[in-house]
Design a protein around this ligand. Structure first.
Ligand code: OOG
Ligand code: NI
Length: 268
């Protein structure tokens, strides 16, 4: 486990940007336009609900740094359960961790997930680098494609393993771009694809959170039998609104998150 939050997030970012060239470019474009550094609202991590890699095991890396559990979120159709974690320091990124409820999936998917997770060494899950250590298993392309038929989430996780699947620009901390619509226009003007599932702007001021995201980059992944370009990671943009007490809403919105997950779909 890391003892320093900044080091953990820096390592997560370095690992993420290697497979998400568009995020690094957009980060540069926004940073130049703003003339200031970009604040990260949150990251998201994905896992199977199987020991030793369940949601709680990933969360330990954050609770050990002073994070505590926030809301929980259910995604029935995608068979996912998620929680967010937040830190008393308002500048600390929030963390959204989801897990696939494998027992609700087909016997075939369950068998594949168990086989992949059986290759993870329990002691590695506690290591400093676990959250950006990628895949701990060998997987061939046919297995990836078989998973894709049933669960895009499972296929993504099998191919990419443990890493941040997105970072998120905090629109609240920008001085030039004050709305999700303005950000989406900047993205399109620069040739990036905006996730349009459920609309390009997810959420509303009434829901206290508005979001958008790019569609994931496509980069080559080495499977055991061949190399194929598949969706990697994406970049997200979040604008938080104050609740009745005047405090910025720290949580997530399940209906919006449901669509953000689809940023790693191959089409969209
Ligand atoms: C997480 C999707 C949800 C949000 O901000 O609502 C999310 C994922 O794609 O793993 O990040
Ligand atoms: Ni997100």
């Amino acid at each position: 486990m890391h003892t320093d939050r900044n080091t953990l997030f820096q390592q997560l970012w370095d690992n993420y940007r290697q497979v998400t060239p568009s995020a690094e470019e957009i980060h540069r474009i926004l940073g130049a336009a703003e003339g200031q550094s970009i604040v990260n609202d949150h990251i998201a991590l994905r896992t199977f609900n199987l020991a030793p890699v369940g949601l709680e095991a990933l969360a330990k890396h954050f609770t050990s740094l002073g994070y505590s559990q926030g809301g929980e979120y259910h995604f029935e159709a995608k068979k996912l359960y998620a929680r967010h974690y937040e830190h008393p320091d308002p500048l600390a990124p929030k963390v959204f961790i989801s897990e696939l409820l494998t027992e609700q999936c087909s016997k075939k998917l369950q068998a594949i997930a168990r086989e992949l997770v059986s290759q993870v060494k329990p002691e590695d899950v506690l290591a400093d680098n676990f959250l950006y250590s990628g895949r701990h298993w060998s997987v061939d392309y046919a297995t990836y494609e078989a998973l894709l038929q049933e669960s895009e989430y499972a296929a993504w996780l099998a191919a990419w393993g443990f890493r941040a699947n997105h970072f998120t620009v905090s629109i609240n901390q920008l001085s030039q771009y004050h709305s999700v619509a303005k950000i989406n226009q900047l993205l399109k003007d620069n040739g990036y694809r905006v996730n349009s599932s459920g609309g390009e702007i997810k959420g509303s001021p009434e829901e206290l959170l508005e979001q958008s995201s790019t569609m994931a980059d496509r980069v080559p992944v080495q499977f055991t039998d061949r190399t194929e370009a598949i969706p990697s990671c994406f970049y997200e943009f979040a604008l938080r609104h104050p609740d009745a007490s005047g405090k910025l809403y720290p949580g997530f919105v399940a209906a919006s998150a449901d669509k953000i997950f689809e940023s790693t779909n191959a089409t969209g």
